[in-house]
Design a protein around this ligand. Structure first.
Ligand code: ATP
Ligand code: MG
Length: 395
């Protein structure tokens, strides 16, 4: 095979594209690999300016390079393997590595460009980038999930701590209840015991009047014990968060009148509960059961801690903005230095002497009132009496 044929064979079978241009930048030859890469037939491109194969924005710049090279002899593009973009016939572009060499042939300069397609490498690179960023996103997501998990775990731990704390409080409460009960239960229980003995005796003597007196005493003591147990159960239910306010609309005046009628029955001799309502409206939106419990507590305190032949004032006031219920007595009052403990469970002021009580009432009142969105305020001075008000926003 002669040299020319060999060169032809190499030119035609080369895997990389080979393009030659003249010093004006016009295409002279393109080997089959180059034609395939750019998607042209030979006759479509031969004689065309090389710029048809170059996409914007480099399109025009190519001639500039060529001229600069010819003027200065500086080998700016010659020889170096640059990564550039090629423009295919169908308008799409592809990346390739370009190496240019200059050939002196028959007294003129021609330039040969070797074109090594980089589409596959670029694609692989892109895929790798995509894969990496997908991986990063996944890691981020996993990290976030992990953070959420840790958050949830911390919350659960706090919750457990809180419930342990609650449990401790509840246990303390129960312990205090037992010591209170062993004290408070003694009087009514011995009174029941005594009445039972006396009933036996009066039965022998056939004295029904005395028997009735003592059955009444027994009933009273039992009611008292039931009251204490009920208070404790209310407190336990409150502690467990099981008490909910069921708000509804009702007539406060009617409610108060019924309550006072009931309480008047257990008042002391000549202790008069006087009721007064202020305001044109009497409907309120509260929980009647919780309110009744709270009001009974206040009135029974007023009865307990004030003497015979006194007045107890029960006032209700409703206007556009507020609902206010006040119970006022002229009793023993609460010593000022002890008032700060007033709402603590089991608190009893030292001036209560042998007046029975558990110290749970006002704590329950306050918590019921707060469940209905209200507040408790009080004024008291020893020997001068006490007034306690329940205040709610009117809705
Ligand atoms: P309970 O109501 O549980 O039977 P209690 O009356 O002792 O017992 P609270 O109603 O909580 O308990 O009241 C706490 C304490 O506050 C009372 O023991 C008493 O010292 C004082 N107190 C409450 N109301 C009055 C009042 N109207 N006058 C004088 N002291 C009062
Ligand atoms: Mg009380």
């Amino acid at each position: 095979m002669d040299n020319l044929k060999l060169l032809h064979a190499i030119f035609n079978t080369a895997i990389d594209g080979i393009i030659t241009i003249d010093s004006q930048g016009l295409i002279e030859t393109m080997n089959p690999a180059a034609l395939r890469l750019f998607g042209y037939e030979e006759e479509e491109v031969s004689g065309e300016n090389i710029s048809v194969l170059i996409p914007k924005p480099d399109k025009g710049a190519h001639n500039g390079y060529l001229h600069r090279h010819q003027d200065t002899g500086k080998k700016r593009i010659i020889g170096t393997g640059r990564e550039v973009l090629g423009l295919k016939k169908d308008g799409t572009t592809f990346p390739f590595r370009l190496a240019v060499s200059e050939v002196e042939y028959e007294n003129r300069k021609i330039y040969t460009g070797f074109i090594h397609d980089l589409s596959k490498e670029k694609e692989a690179e892109e895929n790798l980038k995509k894969y990496t960023s997908e991986l990063e996103a996944k890691i981020k997501e996993r990290t976030q999930n992990l953070e959420h998990l840790i958050n949830d775990l911390e919350k659960a731990r706090d919750e457990a701590d809180r419930s342990m704390e609650k449990q401790k409080e509840l246990n303390l409460l129960k312990t205090r209840f037992v010591s209170m009960a062993s004290h408070e239960f003694r009087t009514p229980l011995s009174s029941i015991q005594l009445s039972a003995l006396l009933i036996d005796k009066y039965l022998e003597k056939l004295e029904p009047e005395n028997i009735l007196k003592h059955t009444a005493k027994i009933k009273n003591s039992v009611a008292h014990l039931t009251g204490i147990l009920n208070d404790f159960l209310s407190l336990e239910k409150l502690e467990a968060g099981k008490t909910k306010a069921l708000l509804q609309s009702f007539d406060l005046v009617k409610f108060s009148e019924e309550l006072i009628e009931e309480m008047q029955l257990i008042a002391k001799q000549n202790q008069n509960i006087v009721y007064q309502h202020t305001g044109a409206i009497s409907h309120v939106y509260l929980d009647p059961a919780l309110l009744k419990n709270a009001a009974i507590n206040l009135v029974s305190n007023a009865i307990k801690y004030s003497g015979e032949n006194t007045f107890i004032e029960f006032n209700s006031e409703v206007d556009e903005a507020e609902v206010c219920i006040t119970v006022k007595d002229n009793g023993i009052g609460i010593p000022e230095e002890e008032q700060k403990h007033l709402f603590q469970p089991f608190f009893r002021a030292h001036n209560t002497g042998n007046i029975p009580g558990t110290g749970l009432g006002l704590n329950i009142v306050k918590r019921y009132v707060e469940l209905m969105g209200g507040k408790v305020i009080y004024h008291s001075a020893q020997h001068e009496g006490t007034s306690v008000s329940l205040i709610f926003k009117n809705r």
